[in-house]
Design a protein around this ligand. Structure first.
Ligand code: 5AD
Ligand code: SF4
Length: 461
C-alpha cells in the first residue's frame, strides 16, 4: 500500500455543521502531520487537518518547524508498525533537542497496541484512535507529564458534517462509511476501526456538491467495505446513483468493495450510470477454498469467479485489481498454486500482494505462522512475477485504442509530458500542450505500454 505524506493545512471553504467550533489553539502553534497507510488514513488526515485548522492551529511543512508533530499510523501488517516505530525514534531525537515539541500518534496503531506503544516510545505526548479526532485540540492542550490517551471507539462517530481539507487536484475522496463488521480471520481493521457505520446520504451528496463547486471532477467514495453501505432505505447502489447525479462531478469511483456485498443492483448501476467508471478493486485474498474458509472471507472461489463473470458481462471494458495474501496459516503449496491459477483465470489488470503477517487480537492470531519468512517471500515473488506478466500483456492489448483521459497535471518525469487517468484508472502520459490543463478530459490514443502505465498522444478524434 502506498505511503503518503501530508503536511499542509490549507485554509479552504467549508459547509460542515461543526463550523461553530471556537478557535482554542494557541495562535501561531504549528502542526506537522505525516500519514502512513491506506486511502482511508489519507482521508482521515484531511479530517484532522480540518479539525485543527478550525481550532486555530497553523501548519508546518517540516517536523523541524512544528510545535506539534502528529503521525497517522497503519496497523495492517507488522512491517507498517515497524516503520512507524523507526520514524518515532527519529522524531524522539528532535524532541530531545526541543522538549517543548509535542509528539502524537494517531490512527490504527494508536488503537491497536497502545500499552506496548507507550512502553516502546515513552516520549509520546498523545495517543489518539480513529474515532477521537474531534477531541484532538483538547488532547493536544491536555498532554503534560503523562501522555494524553484517547482510544475510545465510538459507534456513532462518522465525522458526518465535518468537511475534510481536501488536497488540491482533480479527485476528492469522500468517506461514506467507517469501520468493518466482517472480521476476516487475519485482519485487525474491525478491532482498530470499530463497527461498521454509514454516513447519512444527504451529508454525502452535500459534500459531493461542495467538491464539485470547488472544481473537483472526480469523486471516490471510500469505506473499508464500501459496498456494505446502508442508511435506512438507501443502499450502496442507491447512493451511487445519487452521487452520480451531482452536477459537475464527471467521474465516480469507489473503494474497496467486498465481494459478498456486490449486489446485482450495484452492478446494474455500474453498467448503466455513465459517470460510474469501469474499474473495480475486488480483493480476493486467496484462490483456495480451504484457505478462504480459514480466512472466514464468506465466499468460495466459484462464487468469486461467478461474480467476476457477471461484472464483465455487464460492464464492457471493466478493469479489475485485487489484494492477495500469501502464506496465511496452513496455506499448502497446492493452495498457493490454486491462487496462481485464479490469477491466470481472472487476469487482473493489477494486484497488490502481501506476505501474511500475524496480528494480535485477530481470530487467526493464536494459530501463528505455519510458513517461514523465506517461503512466504518465495510465494510472494512468484505471484508478483506472474501478475507483472499479465499486467504487461493486458496493457499492451490497449495499444491503438483511444481513451478519454482526465488530465491531472504534469507527468512525474517532466519533459513537458502530462499525466491523467483512463476510466479504468490506468495512468497515461502524453505530450503536453499549452491549452491543456488539469481537470480537462482529452481523448488519448495509446501507443506504448508497460505493466504499470501507458503512454500516448492526443487523438484528433
Ligand atoms: N497480513 C497480510 N496482509 C493483510 N491484509 C490485511 N490484513 C493482513 C495481514 N494480517 C491485506 C489484505 C487487505 C489489504 C488491505 O491488506 O489483502 O485486503
Ligand atoms: Fe479486514 Fe476483512 Fe474488513 Fe476487509 S473485509 S477490512 S479484510 S476484516
Amino acid at each position: 500500500m502506498a505511503e503518503t505524506l501530508l503536511s499542509n493545512l490549507v485554509p479552504q471553504d467549508e459547509t460542515g455543521r461543526r463550523a461553530e467550533m471556537a478557535p482554542s489553539g494557541k495562535a501561531g502553534t504549528r502542526v506537522y502531520l505525516e500519514t502512513y497507510g491506506c486511502q482511508m488514513n489519507i482521508a482521515d488526515s484531511q479530517l484532522v487537518n480540518a479539525v485543527l485548522r478550525r481550532a486555530g492551529y497553523g501548519s508546518a511543512d517540516k517536523p523541524q518547524e512544528a510545535d506539534v508533530i502528529l503521525i497517522n499510523t497503519c496497523a495492517i501488517r507488522e512491517h507498517a508498525e515497524e516503520r512507524v516505530i523507526g520514524r518515532l525514534s527519529d522524531l524522539a531525537r528532535l524532541k530531545h533537542a526541543r522538549p517543548e515539541v509535542k509528539l502524537g500518534l494517531l490512527g490504527c496503531m494508536a488503537q491497536h497496541n497502545r500499552a506496548s506503544l507507550i512502553a516502546k516510545a515513552p516520549w509520546l505526548d498523545l495517543v489518539a484512535g480513529p474515532d477521537t479526532y474531534r477531541r484532538l485540540p483538547e488532547l493536544i492542550g491536555r498532554s503534560g507529564f503523562d501522555p494524553a490517551v484517547d482510544v475510545r471507539l465510538d459507534r456513532s462517530e462518522t465525522y458526518a458534517g465535518l468537511s475534510p481539507d481536501y488536497e488540491a487536484g482533480v479527485r476528492a475522496y469522500i468517506t461514506i462509511m467507517r469501520g468493518c463488521d466482517k472480521f476476516c480471520a487475519f485482519c485487525v481493521v474491525p478491532y482498530v476501526r470499530g463497527r461498521e457505520r454509514s454516513i447519512p446520504p444527504d451529508d454525502i451528496v452535500r459534500e459531493a456538491e461542495m467538491v464539485a463547486a470547488r472544481g473537483f471532477k472526480e469523486v471516490v467514495l471510500l469505506g473499508q467495505t464500501v459496498n456494505a453501505y446502508r442508511a435506512g432505505e438507501i443502499d450502496f447502489a442507491a447512493l451511487l446513483r445519487k452521487v452520480a447525479a451531482v452536477e459537475g462531478i464527471e467521474r465516480v469511483r469507489f473503494t474497496s468493495p467486498h465481494p459478498s456485498d456486490m449486489t446485482e443492483a450495484a452492478i446494474e448501476v455500474m453498467a448503466s450510470e455513465a459517470k460510474v467508471q469501469p474499474y473495480l478493486h475486488l480483493p480476493v485474498q486467496s484462490g483456495s477454498d480451504r484457505v478462504l474458509a480459514a480466512m472466514e472471507r464468506g465466499y468460495t472461489v466459484g462464487e468469486y469467479l461467478d461474480l467476476v463473470e457477471r461484472l464483465r458481462l455487464a460492464i464492457p471494458g471493466l478493469a479489475l485489481s485485487t489484494d492477495v495474501i500469501v502464506g496465511f496459516h496452513g496455506e499448502t503449496e497446492d493452495d498457493f498454486q490454486a491462487t496462481l491459477e485464479l490469477m491466470r483465470m481472472v487476469r487482473y489488470d493489477s494486484a497488490f500482494s502481501f506476505k501474511y503477517s500475524v496480528r494480535e487480537h485477530t481470530r487467526a492470531h493464536r494459530l501463528g505462522d505455519s510458513l517461514t519468512e523465506e517461503e512466504k517471500g518465495r510465494r510472494l515473488a512468484e505471484l508478483i512475477t506472474l501478475q507483472e506478466a499479465i499486467s504487461l500483456e493486458r496493457n499492451r492489448q490497449l495499444i491503438g485504442a483511444t481513451f478519454p483521459v482526465l488530465v491531472e497535471g504534469p507527468a512525474r518525469r517532466g519533459d513537458g509530458r502530462m499525466a491523467g487517468k483512463t476510466p479504468q484508472f490506468k495512468t497515461v502520459t502524453f505530450p503536453g500542450e499549452d491549452t491543456i490543463t488539469a481537470g480537462m478530459t482529452r481523448p488519448i490514443c495509446i501507443d506504448s505500454a508497460t505493466g504499470h502505465s501507458l503512454s500516448g498522444t492526443i487523438s484528433s478524434l
